[in-house]
Write a protein of this length. Structure first.
Length: 187
């Protein structure tokens, strides 16, 4: 538990402002959520996120174990920042992590955070924390084996209806997950 008593007293008696920064650099955290529902993602198929119009996440995959996780805010309609944070897990290993995506396709801003890969019981995890308004931010990664598990939050809440991916079982149409955390597999 954080104690801000000394800082508050300093701010009170020195006419200074007290700014509390509560980051989510540990993502959603915890162990691999291996009991979560798993959906099939169609490889090499784009997804749709409406940059700046609707806050949400987009996830795509390729046939080589690679995934792209992107997010965007709704600053064009709401005029505000949204905070995106969460965790990505594998029961195996992450072999590549590319912040800002390959060739800078989804660049991160200076204060966005993507953790180094953390090894934990039963697998590995990547945590992230970022703010977005109208741009598309994200990262690419490769992992083995499938499924890959995700726990994604926007402003501290889970919105499964704002997670978009091309669903194999829906003919490649853009679909939403039914719950979070969740898993995706190309199998």
């Amino acid at each position: 538990m954080r104690s801000y008593l000394a800082l508050a007293a300093f701010a009170l008696f020195s006419n200074a402002c007290l700014v509390v920064v509560d980051d989510h650099h540990s993502g959603a955290g915890g162990p691999v959520p291996s009991g979560s529902p798993v959906y099939r993602i169609l490889p090499n198929t784009p997804t749709v996120v409406q940059a700046g119009l609707q806050a949400g996440y987009g996830i795509t995959a390729n046939t080589s174990g690679g995934y792209r996780l992107v997010w965007t805010g709704d600053g064009g309609t709401s005029g505000t920042y949204r905070e995106f944070w969460g965790s990505v897990w594998t029961t195996g290993t992450f072999t590549i992590v590319t912040q800002g995506c390959v060739q800078g396709a989804c660049p991160l801003e200076f204060d966005d955070y993507v953790s180094p890969v953390a090894t934990l019981t039963g697998g590995q995890r990547i945590d992230f924390d970022a703010f977005a308004t109208t741009g598309i931010d994200g990262f690419d990664f490769a992992a083995s084996p499938d499924p890959i598990y995700f726990d994604l939050l926007i402003d501290g809440k889970r919105y499964p209806n704002l997670v978009f991916f091309p669903a194999t079982d829906n003919g490649g149409q853009i679909s939403n997950v039914g719950a979070s955390p969740f898993g995706l597999t190309t199998k």
